[in-house]
Design a protein around this ligand. Structure first.
Ligand code: NAG
Length: 343
């Protein structure tokens, strides 16, 4: 693992690369930004002491390089062939340029690398991969996206894979991965309406993902069966973990419902009611198993092994950080509706 100052440097160039990419006014500049971003993330992921990290960083590297090389090739094609035969009037041009971007952000038919990579990462890197690493490719998608059969297929596959894929998972990282694939689909829906709606969705999703990840990290749980054995002072942490999970799943009193609500409304005003119906049904499947996980560990099985009683170190800083984040996720919807109703 790089030392602390190296990590800070790499985090700065990671965010810098993302900013170069989203603010660039040419495709070549966007590609450069994506590349800087990738080259800063790889060393952050790898850890000589842990072979899962190494495997994850290697497969992430290969997939992302495949995507970048394809993107560069398509962009050069677009530039070189513009006066021979118009690439821009070709209906497949947006499709071929957006495919590598979808591969980078892990939207559904291109999601195969995502669960395996996430399984080998530390929680901090999982959070980065679910949030910051998606910003640039999705922002670039906004230049290409329009409502057509290709986009609708990607959206439907993302939401369906996201909800069915998580059904039988026992690993928290896998569940969060499928949730992230699903939210990528929803973000693409938001993107077809407006960039601002996407931005709102993305920011709220990032806050919620961060909340869930910090609560899970605090409770030291990697698999669902570990949540069954609680101990008295992790009950609060478990409460925060499951309320934020339900918030991520879009259950109404929590903040996660707000972006879902706005996107459903947008779909209906854009005459996409059939799409809205399908994605709402897939989100019901999700809520079913989120509720099932939380219900069983809240109510039925709460065995408390004696050896757990004094095992917890002082974690007050990360506890208060998680508490702050999860109170945003608990009360955010109420606060937002209150703010918009005060006139
Ligand atoms: C997918 O996103 C929707 C909208 O936020 C949510 O209702 C649903 O529970 C999510 N599914 C997963 C697997 O996270």
């Amino acid at each position: 693992m790089p030392s602390n100052s190296t990590k800070v440097l790499l985090l700065i160039t990671l965010v810098g690369g993302m900013l170069v990419s989203v603010s660039s006014n040419s495709w070549l500049g966007a590609w450069i930004g994506l590349e800087i971003n990738l080259m800063s993330f790889i060393p952050l992921m790898s850890n000589v002491k842990n072979m899962y990290n190494t495997e994850a960083s290697l497969s992430y590297f290969i997939v992302q390089v495949l995507a970048s090389a394809t993107l560069l090739f398509m962009v050069v094609m677009k530039t070189l062939t513009e006066d021979l035969f118009s690439f821009d009037s070709n209906p497949y041009a947006p499709v071929v340029i957006s495919t590598p971007l979808l591969l980078k952000s892990g939207a559904a038919p291109f999601h195969w690398w995502f669960p395996g990579v996430m399984e080998g990462l530390s929680w901090e890197n999982c959070a980065l991969l679910m949030t910051v690493q998606k910003a640039a490719p999705l922002m670039l998608m906004s230049y290409l996206i329009e409502i057509n059969a290709f986009t609708l297929t990607i959206i439907l596959m993302s939401t369906i894979v996201g909800s069915i894929g998580g059904l039988n998972q026992t690993s928290m990282r896998k569940i969060l991965t499928y949730s992230s694939i699903n939210h990528t689909g929803w973000m693409l829906i938001a993107l077809t309406t407006s960039e601002n709606m996407w931005m709102m969705y993305f920011i709220i999703y990032s806050i919620l993902a961060l909340t869930v990840v910090s609560a899970i990290k605090l409770s030291g749980v990697s698999f669902i069966n570990q949540t069954m054995m609680t101990n008295s002072d992790t009950t609060t942490i478990k409460f925060m973990m499951y309320t934020s999970l339900l918030s991520l799943g879009g259950l109404p009193p929590f903040l996660g419902f707000l972006p879902k609500w706005i996107v459903i409304q947008a779909m209906i005003t854009n005459n996409l009611a059939p799409l809205a119906t399908i994605v709402v049904v897939t989100s019901l499947i999700t809520l079913y198993y989120y509720l099932k996980i939380s219900y069983s560990s809240f109510m039925i099985l709460s065995a408390e092994p004696k050896w757990n009683l004094k095992s917890h170190k002082n974690k007050s800083i990360s506890t208060s950080w998680t508490l702050m984040l999860s109170s945003i996720s608990l009360t955010g919807l109420v606060a937002c509706t209150m703010i918009t109703n005060i006139n």
